[in-house]
Design a protein around this ligand. Structure first.
Ligand code: DOR
Length: 446
């Protein structure tokens, strides 16, 4: 008799939309087809998840994989392999590559490059620029595109839309979510001398100060209100922005990163120097507490890693000539599970931030919930497993992590994508099988 299921995951605790359940999940043709008490004999294969929690696959909605143009730092093959090693089942990749991802052809090129080389599922952001602002309504619908990315402040690469009229033009064209890097460019240019004079990464949060971030977030909220277009404000770093964004949930969703929730100044600059340099910067304990308040109150919608690798050599230069950014796609799950272990958030909230939140914000079709009809994407974690994160575990081409030496409790033990076990106990499957993420385009118009 033909098996009813291709796969049954049994013995684990499943994080369903109705809560935790000690139950089994049945998979057929890459989709969840049953949740309940299932007979393992009815499956072609089984996964014994005893002692594990079965989460809807973690979706990392902010990574920089550097391809094309800077493959010496990272590429789609290494970045996506790092993702599955860390329990991430899908990634959304950023457009500050070279050439910039600001045309339909550039997105198509990335989709072609990822096909047959990506270990997890993928989608790409369309970059906003002055030259493509009025065409954004068409460009954002490019196959493989997850939404629009707009840099209000200069960071790595040449993408920048610093002035309000051009931001408004972008927001007036199109209907999908616009992800915003909110730092005020004029203020940062005026303060750059602080970084130059200090020649030390401790000055990074002083140069790109809290007011630079708050000002830009306030500006984009004003334009979002005026245009009626919803924005997704990335990597929030200040207590003041959490308070501000909490009053604008009608137009703005919010991302925080594990780095900003875990590291703090001055300690991170004492220990890591320019390796802790990212934009917007890691700030002090007061701001970190403000971000946690946002996670706990519900203001924060999503955790994204902002995986932004640079080589050790590049990071070892003299500040501020050193590039901003740290890797993070592989460490998102263990670092955040350690926060779960230490009681800063529940596992339910972790699922909300890494699966339900991405689905809701970007209108992902068929991913982001452990429910019948959805893709069979799972992150299987052992909440009791204590390990130390080390550089030699890192698969990213850059080969280092700011969390080197950090002891964590909670670890990704397996990654399952559309029913295929692509990582188990640190071993990856034979060949990459990542595919484009699908979106509910019609819902975007609603
Ligand atoms: O620190 C950062 N690095 N922030 C960004 O916005 C860009 C990123 C990168 O691409 O290196």
């Amino acid at each position: 008799m033909a098996a009813t299921f291709d796969l049954i995951i049994h013995g684990g605790t499943c994080m369903t939309p109705s809560g935790r359940a000690e139950t089994s999940v049945g998979v057929r043709d890459g989709k969840i087809v049953a949740i309940g008490d299932l007979d393992p004999n009815a499956a072609a294969s089984t996964f014994d998840a005893k002692g594990l929690h079965v989460l809807p696959g973690v979706i990392d909605t902010q990574v920089h994989f550097r391809e094309p143009g800077a493959e010496h730092k990272e590429d789609l093959a290494h970045g996506t392999k790092a993702a599955i090693m860390g329990g991430v089942t899908a990634i959304f990749e950023m457009p500050n590559t070279n050439p910039l991802t600001i045309t339909t052809e550039a997105i198509a090129d990335k989709v072609t490059r990822a096909s047959g080389r990506a270990w997890c599922d993928f989608a790409f952001f369309m970059g906003a620029a002055a030259e493509n602002a009025d065409a954004m309504g068409t460009l954002e619908m490019s196959p493989g595109c997850c939404g629009v990315k707009l840099f209000m402040g200069a960071s790595t690469g040449d993408l920048l839309v610093a002035d309000d009229p051009t931001i408004e033009r972008v927001l007036r064209h199109g209907i999908r979510r616009v992800a915003i890097h909110a730092e005020d460019e004029p203020r940062m240019q005026a303060r750059f001398h602080i970084a130059e004079e200090a020649a030390d990464a401790h000055a990074h949060p002083e140069w790109r100060d809290a007011e630079s971030a708050r000002l830009a977030t306030e500006r984009v909220l004003r334009i979002a209100k005026r245009t009626g277009r919803r924005v997704h404000v990335l990597h929030i770093t200040t207590a003041e922005e959490i308070e501000l964004l909490g009053r604008h949930k009608d137009v703005a969703t919010v991302e925080c990163t594990p780095q900003h929730l875990t590291l703090e100044a001055p300690d991170c600059y004492d220990r890591l120097g320019s390796f802790a340099q990212m934009n917007p910067p890691i700030r002090d304990a007061r701001h970190r507490a403000g971000l946690w308040a946002g996670v706990q109150s519900g203001v924060v919608d999503v955790i994204g890693s902002d995986h932004a690798p640079h080589t050790r050599e590049e990071k070892s230069g003299t500040y501020p000539n050193t590039p901003s950014g740290m890797p993070g796609v592989q460490t998102l799950v263990p670092v955040m599970l350690n926060h779960v272990h230490e009681g800063r958030l529940t596992l339910e909230r972790f699922v909300d931030l890494t699966a339900h939140g991405p689905q809701r914000i970007f209108n992902i079709a068929g991913k982001g919930r452990l429910a019948v009809g959805y893709d069979a994407d799972f992150t299987l974690v052992d909440l009791k497993e204590t390990r130390t994160i080390t550089d030699d575990w890192i698969v990213s081409k850059c080969g280092w992590t700011p969390f080197n030496g950090m002891k964590v409790t909670g670890w990704p033990m397996a990654t399952i994508i559309r029913g295929a076990t692509v990582m188990r106990d640190g071993a990856v499957q034979d060949a990459p099988t990542g595919a484009p993420v699908r979106f509910q385009e019609t819902l975007n118009a609603g």
